[in-house]
Design a protein around this ligand. Structure first.
Ligand code: CA
Length: 154
């Protein structure tokens, strides 16, 4: 089923040109896009409504993108995240994968690659309202129980 209300795509990117480029392409593909240029603002945004896909830049002016991801996971959020970065450092990639990202796209990237990753990740998000109650930041575990991908244990 498509149509109805699709989960939004949150674009966290501090470069206005790249943010405009990505959001334009995503909207053209029928996505609802929200743009942010600060990591802390996104962490606030997803606390109330985690039903979204996050496109995460790593080099941000306030806190590092990986720190955004760490805090998300520490708060129990399993929301899908696709890293979109110019950093191809293997260490960054390994940490992002360990934290359960849905994709890791290195700039400059073919637009088709980004759109395909977004499409797959958005399709995997359960429809809003399928989960009773709003999972707040204080919720110890989600209603679905621990759903962390294997390999997350240290
Ligand atoms: Ca950046």
């Amino acid at each position: 089923m498509s149509g109805a209300t699709r989960p939004p795509v949150i674009v966290l990117e501090d470069d206005p040109l790249i943010a405009a480029f990505m959001s334009k392409a995503l909207r053209k593909s029928g996505h609802v896009v929200e743009c942010f240029d600060r990591g802390l603002a996104v962490l606030e945004r997803v606390q109330g409504d985690p039903s979204a896909l996050l496109l995460l830049d790593l080099g941000l002016p306030d806190i590092d993108g990986l720190e955004v991801l760490r805090r998300l996971r520490a708060s129990g959020s399993t929301m899908p995240v696709i890293v979109v970065t110019s950093r191809s450092d293997p260490g960054d990639r390994v940490e992002a994968l360990t934290l359960g990202v849905a994709g890791y796209v290195v700039k400059p990237f073919p637009l088709a690659e980004l759109l395909a990753s977004v499409e797959a990740a958005v399709a995997a998000i359960p429809p809003a309202g399928s989960v009773a109650g709003a999972p707040g930041p204080t919720a110890p575990t989600g209603p679905g129980g621990p759903s962390a991908p294997p390999g997350l244990n240290r």
